[in-house]
Design a protein around this ligand. Structure first.
Ligand SMILES: *Cc1c(COP(=O)(O)O)cnc(C)c1O
Length: 364
């Protein structure tokens, strides 16, 4: 078996152990006599799969009963519309913080449904930092404040201890690229969502965690499938959910539990990212692109002095089995995405290769 160290931003590496378990159960799950893919979503065996997944996620993230956990479709991108349609219901105003492409897309979508104010932005420096978020920039009358918690493309994040004080206005967070990677106190949020394909499993399921008092309202035009309340009332079984993706995410939840839960993930992710950041900080050739205090634990962009060196580095890396290191076109250079599924050896070996590359290009 030949598996690469895959540094893709998403879909991305999943724990080998989980892939192998899914493989073992692929043709026939337990005593059911069928694949999870072939099961009715209303069967007892499937209800047990989805309920267990929900409970495990609730345990891992310490989510209280004040919140509904929903398994939805349409990716995180669908949430850009869904958040606005369901929450722009009182003043129809919302405050957005623009920290990158995903924020921009969310802003563009929400503008169709209300008055969207961009209260802070880091676009002036290619989103290489998180702008200050003092309480006085937020409108007390807004229906919600929107943040992208980890900026997958630019490699910045807003950790739990730096979430802004929004004067009681519900906080909405896009957690697509750092869910289960670092701890957040969910009770600080009105709503959190995440597509699965970075830290949770295969693409196809999107998780939304919604405070129950925010349910029950939506703009009149909202399609039934885009109403949080319907999915909450029907326990994510209003229609056929992405059954296999939910099953798989459930296996990942069990794996995270077995590995020691979120605090263990967090420690391991700090260690992994630290190896790469320490190297970048001491290198004369490679350079990180993000302000140190705002650095993501998941996505680490870096550059070499010339385009030619970037291309050479990426090409050689690929030959050595370090794949998908090319940076986003708006940043250039390289980006190493090191989600929960990336083993620490992947980062160690990548840094060894970077050291070797630097030695071989000393005279540039
Ligand atoms: C990947 C990503 C998205 C988009 O996810 P899709 O599931 O492809 O719609 C949105 N926000 C963030 C932060 C992401 O990393």
């Amino acid at each position: 078996m030949n598996r690469y160290f895959n540094f893709s931003a998403g879909p991305s590496m999943l724990p080998l152990e989980v892939l192998e378990q899914a493989q073992k159960e692929f043709v026939s799950y337990g005593q059911s006599g069928m694949s999870v893919m072939e099961m009715s979503h209303r069967s007892t065996v499937y209800e047990n799969i989805i309920n267990t997944a929900e409970q495990d996620l609730r345990d891992l993230m310490k989510i209280s009963d004040d919140y509904s956990i929903l398994f939805l479709q349409g990716g995180a991108s669908m949430q850009f519309a869904m958040v606005a349609l369901n929450l722009l219901v009182n003043s129809k105003k919302a405050d957005y913080v623009n920290t990158g492409q995903w924020s921009k897309k969310a802003i563009a979508e929400a503008k169709k449904y209300g008055q969207i104010n961009v209260v802070a932005s880091s676009e002036d420096k290619t989103f290489s930092y998180i702008p200050p978020l003092p309480a006085n920039i937020f409108d007390k009358d807004a229906d919600y404040v929107y943040l992208t918690l980890n900026n997958t493309i630019y490699g910045t994040h807003i950790p739990d201890d730096r979430l802004p004080n929004t004067n009681g206005v519900p906080l909405v967070g896009d957690m697509s690229s750092n869910i289960l990677a670092e701890p957040y106190n969910i009770s600080k949020f009105g709503l959190v969502f995440a597509g699965a394909q970075k830290n949770l499993g295969p693409a196809g399921v999107t998780i939304a965690i919604v405070r129950k008092d925010l349910l029950g309202k939506h703009q009149a035009i909202t399609p039934t499938m885009l109403q949080y309340s319907i999915h909450s009332d029907e326990k994510s079984l209003y229609n056929t959910p992405p059954t296999y993706a939910i099953y798989f995410a459930g296996l990942v939840f069990k794996w995270v539990k077995k590995m020691g839960g979120l605090s263990a993930m967090f420690e391991n992710n700090k260690k992994k990212a630290g190896i790469l950041y320490d190297f970048l900080d001491n290198s004369k050739l490679f350079k990180g692109t993000v302000v140190p205090k705002d650095r993501s634990l998941m996505n680490i962009p870096f550059i070499l002095p010339t385009e030619q060196l970037n291309a050479e580095f990426i090409k050689q890396a690929q030959d050595l089995g370090f794949v998908n290191l090319k940076g986003h076109r708006t940043v250039g250079g390289m980006r190493a995405s090191i989600y929960n599924g990336m083993p620490i050896e992947g980062v160690q070996k990548l840094v060894e290769y970077m050291e070797k590359f630097e030695r071989e290009h000393k005279n540039i």
